[in-house]
Write a protein that binds this ligand. Structure first.
Ligand code: NAD
Ligand code: TYD
Length: 361
């Protein structure tokens, strides 16, 4: 049996592939374009492992997808491939439309043609699992209940709007063509292999390099945080037992304001790798201009996946964030390797030329 995964060289996809092959001998075909966010070093431990077949390719390339599906005959496709960073989507939404919307459409078309040609047993067993985000639901006030699967879609950034569009396409392929789809909408992930443009790895990496720790606006925006391996276990569970056409919200019941996250990371670094001058890392916190249209609060009600599929996260925020900080301290080579020229260009656009120079990212 074979699984085809897209975007499996990125943060969540690579964790998924590694965890999958740690628990199963089912082969994984991994199709990834290797944008700035895709890094084969994440999968270095699989070198020479015949169960993992890596193919550099675009989910928008319908003929490549058609030939891979025909050749490997997967029993499921798990779609992680996406442009995933909100700030990049604000500076340049075009790639988000191409990959997240047009790319997902082309992938769905290739999968529909492949699935339509299978025998009835293989057709019934087939699954297309689309990995999405809680950001499609928009922003909550402090007192609103957490997002449930029946919340209206109210995306506010080009990133979340493009993910919302892809979710709708996936839904439509089920209702119109009967494609056996599943969708997961997860909250903010953190953990190993997280690209250091996102809040938690950026804070860890900047703190150690003696650079400013940029907090947008007042730092009181709230996110729900889930350790990446718990997201991966939720995806495995939905793939195994989810009801066709259903969506599942995935979250850790860990709502925290950004400033608290930054303070927690700083305190862990003070403990595990104290500054040479004995001062606390929190002294490096710098308030910077807020993100345009910044969503104030996300919160996930994960009771559906917990009740119907019996899934629960294994990590608390305290255990997960400690593991994460430790991983970054133990893997400076990985951090150095992902900080390529392309990444430095992005930092200078986002934080300004001067800050790019002073932050040396
Ligand atoms: P990421 O940016 O780290 O990785 C994305 C991967 O997709 C990269 O390896 C990249 O090379 C690849 N890719 C991009 N465009 C492609 C294309 N056209 N064809 C093939 N591959 C392409 O993202 P991530 O954080 O790992 O997120 C994975 C998925 O999970 C995304 O769909 C994202 O929307 C969703 N998600 C992320 C989070 C989070 O907190 N990171 C939370 C919920 C949902
Ligand atoms: P991010 O990791 O980009 O994830 P998302 O925007 O998908 O939630 O950001 C998490 C939160 O941290 C978000 O509210 C924006 C904020 N943030 C900062 O305050 N400073 C930063 O440098 C970054 C990258 C994010």
């Amino acid at each position: 049996m074979t699984l085809l995964v897209t975007g499996g060289a990125g943060f969540i996809g690579s964790n998924f592939v590694l965890d999958w092959l740690a628990g199963s001998d089912e082969r994984v075909i991994n199709v990834d374009k290797l944008t700035y966010a895709g890094n084969l070093q994440n999968l270095a431990s699989l070198a020479g492992d015949a169960r993992h077949v890596f193919v550099q390719g675009d989910i928008g390339d319908a003929s490549l997808l058609a030939s891979l599906l025909a050749q490997h005959q997967p029993r499921a496709v798990v779609n992680f491939a996406a442009e995933s960073h909100v700030d990049r989507s604000i500076l340049g939404p075009g790639e988000f439309i191409q990959t997240n919307i047009v790319g997902t459409f082309n992938l769905l078309e290739a999968v529909r043609a492949y699935w339509g040609g299978r025998d009835s047993k293989a057709k019934t067993a087939f699954r297309f699992l689309h990995v999405s985000t809680d950001e499609v639901y928009g922003s909550l006030s402090k007192t609103d209940p957490a997002f449930s699967e029946t919340n209206r879609y109210e995306p506010n950034s080009p990133y979340s709007a493009s993910k919302a569009a892809s979710d709708h396409l996936v839904r439509a392929y089920h209702h119109t063509y009967g494609l056996p789809v599943l969708t997961t909408n997860c909250s903010n992930n953190y953990g190993p292999f997280h690209f250091p443009e996102k809040l938690i790895p950026l804070i860890i990496v900047n703190a150690q390099a003696g650079k400013p720790l940029p907090v947008y606006g007042d730092g009181q925006q709230i996110r729900d945080w889930l350790y990446v391996k718990d997201h991966c276990s939720a995806i495995r569970r939905v793939l195994e037992a989810g009801s066709l056409g259903e969506t599942y919200n995935v979250g850790g019941w860990n709502e925290k304001p950004n400033l608290e996250i930054v303070h927690t990371v700083c305190a862990l670094l003070d403990e595990l790798r104290p500054r040479a001058d004995g001062k606390p890392y929190k002294d490096q916190i710098t308030y910077v201009t807020d993100r345009p249209g910044h969503d104030r609060r996300y919160a996930i009600d994960a009771s559906k996946i917990e009740k119907e599929l019996g899934w629960k996260p294994a990590e608390t925020f305290d255990t997960g964030i400690r593991k994460t900080v430790q991983w970054y301290l133990e893997n400076p080579d990985w951090v150095a390797s992902v900080q390529s020229g392309g990444y430095r260009d992005w930092v200078s656009k986002q934080y300004g030329e001067a800050s790019a120079e002073t932050t040396h990212l």
